[in-house]
Ligand binder design. Structure first.
Ligand SMILES: Nc1ncnc2c1ncn2[C@@H]1O[C@H](COP(=O)(O)OP(=O)(O)OP(=O)(O)O)[C@@H](O)[C@H]1O
Length: 272
């Protein structure tokens, strides 16, 4: 991967659940002609209502699924990202933790999967438990953790191997406002160090913190720009209103070409 290659490059991706066949109702085109790129140091927020396709896109970035058409490349590599996978940190929507062991044992287990050991492991454990503010709860069973504590431990797991790409699916669900703010601040610091970050959310307020938002509606990209640009271009004051305005302009009744999506690297790709 050379310096100009984006950390994540998604080009004209479609994804269909189910097998295409005569019974069209057995299939669902969940992603429609999506093109996006994320450079090292970028934080991209995938924003859209429940069911719009955010997790489906995350699954493609993680190599869990492969696109029906189009390409996804991570750190210069095509799916299934055999080499790049070790440099991606992932926080799934549902915490994937072992409940019947301690937080420390969880972190140690996931660290081992990435070959983090010895002094580096001790350092990472200390850093991460301090960062997610669980230091005094390291020896507790995860079973006895609250939902917010599990979210924070999941974030520590995603970061244990100091990934170059971080993919976070609804990372702040269940967190109180103070922890939410604290974690966002840390994500910004990680990006400043060169990490490429993708975060999904359906909370419009949170998306405002991102330098760049990809708004998705029914599997289609309807905007890929900064919050300020999106507000300016739609003449609205809130992202929620902007989303509604873009949704309106994209609806089949009003949009001339509803299927057109931004091409790779295009910054202001939504329709006027
Ligand atoms: N395994 C699956 N099989 C068939 N359809 C699926 C599957 N997973 C998701 N879908 C459908 O694909 C569409 C996109 O779902 P997806 O989970 O990507 O949305 P989302 O934006 O992540 O939603 P949420 O914010 O609720 O997590 C939805 O219509 C959903 O019902």
């Amino acid at each position: 991967m050379n310096a100009c290659t984006p950390a994540i490059a998604i080009d004209r991706v479609q994804f269909c659940y189910g097998r295409p066949g005569p019974r069209r109702r057995d299939t669902l085109l969940a992603l429609k002609d999506i093109s996006l790129s994320v450079a090292a140091g970028d934080i991209l927020c995938l924003l859209g209502p429940s069911g719009c396709g955010k997790t489906t896109l995350v699954n493609l970035i993680m190599g869990v699924d492969v696109p029906t058409s189009g390409t996804v490349r991570v750190l210069g590599e095509g799916a299934p990202f055999r080499t790049a996978r070790a440099r991606i940190g992932f926080m799934p929507q549902d915490d994937a933790l072992y409940e019947d062991v301690t937080a420390e044992e969880n972190l140690r287990f996931f660290a081992a999967l990435y070959g983090v050991k010895g002094e580096r492991l001790t350092r990472r454990m200390d850093e991460l438990f301090a960062f997610v503010r669980l230091d005094e709860h390291r020896k507790k069973l995860v079973h006895d953790y609250s939902g917010g504590m599990k979210r924070r431990l999941s974030l520590a797991v995603a970061l244990v191997h100091e990934p170059a790409v971080l993919v976070l699916d609804e990372p702040t669900v269940g967190l109180d406002p103070e922890h939410r703010r604290y974690i966002w601040n840390h994500l910004e610091a990680l990006a400043a160090q060169g990490c490429a970050i993708v975060v999904t959310t359906h909370v419009m307020d949170e998306a405002e913190r991102c330098a760049r938002i990809a708004m998705i509606r029914e599997g289609r990209l309807i905007a890929d720009a900064s919050p300020a640009d999106i507000l300016a271009r739609t003449g609205t004051n809130t992202l929620e209103d902007a989303f509604l305005a873009l949704e309106e302009s994209e609806s089949p009744d009003t949009a001339a070409e509803p299927n057109v999506s931004p091409s790779l690297g295009e910054k202001e790709a939504y329709h006027d």
